[in-house]
Write a protein that binds this ligand. Sequence first.
Ligand SMILES: Cc1ncc(COP(=O)(O)O)c(C=O)c1O
Length: 389
Amino acid sequence: MNPDRLYLDFNATSPLSQSVNDWLKSGDFVFANPASQHTDGKASRKQINEARDFVFRCFNRSPADDRLFFHSGATEAFHTLAHSLSEAARLAGKDLLICFSRIDHPAVTSLENSYFGPHVKFFELKRGADLRYLHVENISHLQDRKENNPELLILYHHLWVHNETGQVSPLEDLRPLRSLTDLIIHVDAVQAPGKIVDWRNLSEGDAWSFSSHKFGALKGVGFTLLRSSVPFHPLFLGGGQQANQRSGTENVMGVISTHLALRDLESVDVLKTQGERTRLLHFFEAQLAGGLGGVIDEAPAASNTIYFYLSTVTSDIALAMFDLSGIEISAGSACASGTARPSPVLIQRGLKDLARNGLRVSWGFVLTAEKRVQIEERFLLAFARLRAT
Ligand SMILES: Cc1ncc(COP(=O)(O)O)c(C=O)c1O
């Protein structure tokens, strides 16, 4: 990382954790296929087994109750779960309803554009202007659907920590959903690790998906924990790796990096970073007041994220301006070509006219007072430039 630049885009991807960095520098890698029966193959298998044990321990889950499989990241996980339950419903002659919210990550909302069969329908979970799930209204709607179709299977996606705003939707709020039968809760846990105090406490849900590059491991790897009672039909068939849950030669380096990065994360003091966030939030509010823009902040929020908008500058232009000031942030809603797309978050918030102006600042798991001051100083200059133009 270039020390002259401020990398504040951790929610897109985080730099490698210290242990992953040290390990890569050491050059001490296992390389063999973990399915091979020779000594080197067994060395790879041992590393994967150790990582599996660690994940179970870290999240206080047990191989007796849960499945665990590694994959390429949360996008694959969402499609695996949708496919899996679509198959379970089809084989049982039932319908499947997939629930999601409009401000979920595109990896979830795009499921709507995939065709799973005539037995699969979608329902958009309602959220209020404060972006909170309207649980009472949503449950009442699902109860009606169940009354009309008692056999209905439901896949319910819950976004734990929002990738743009950092808003936390507590898992405990999902408890009333347990009154509905054949409802499987899948938690998008991608942005939780190291950013909320109880990130290891999977207190509600039936499946939880993670992307390892969001917490200091390599890209192209992630994992899903899933209650054994949930019907499971793998997306990929092939060599039968990972107990047939996800065929394909296992990504040993990715899995080892996941183990190392999670271990590093365990010692993070989330509350300390949360305190610095509050100070930074006040700084942004003060800077943006008077017409320059505003902050979208709905508590509780992750320790590392602030979402704001500028009143008169779209995010594509703003990103270039911040980049020139040495600040690397992002517009959560930018498409691959870099043009500003309207942000569903700002639309939901009732700020349709500003929907192309949303910006996200997201820093690391540890934010010291010195680092916060450095961020403030850099933004002071950038905001002064913006006012001048
Ligand atoms: C909340 C959330 N869910 C899912 C994803 C998709 O993760 P990946 O791109 O690693 O598959 C992301 C990535 O930004 C995310 O932030």
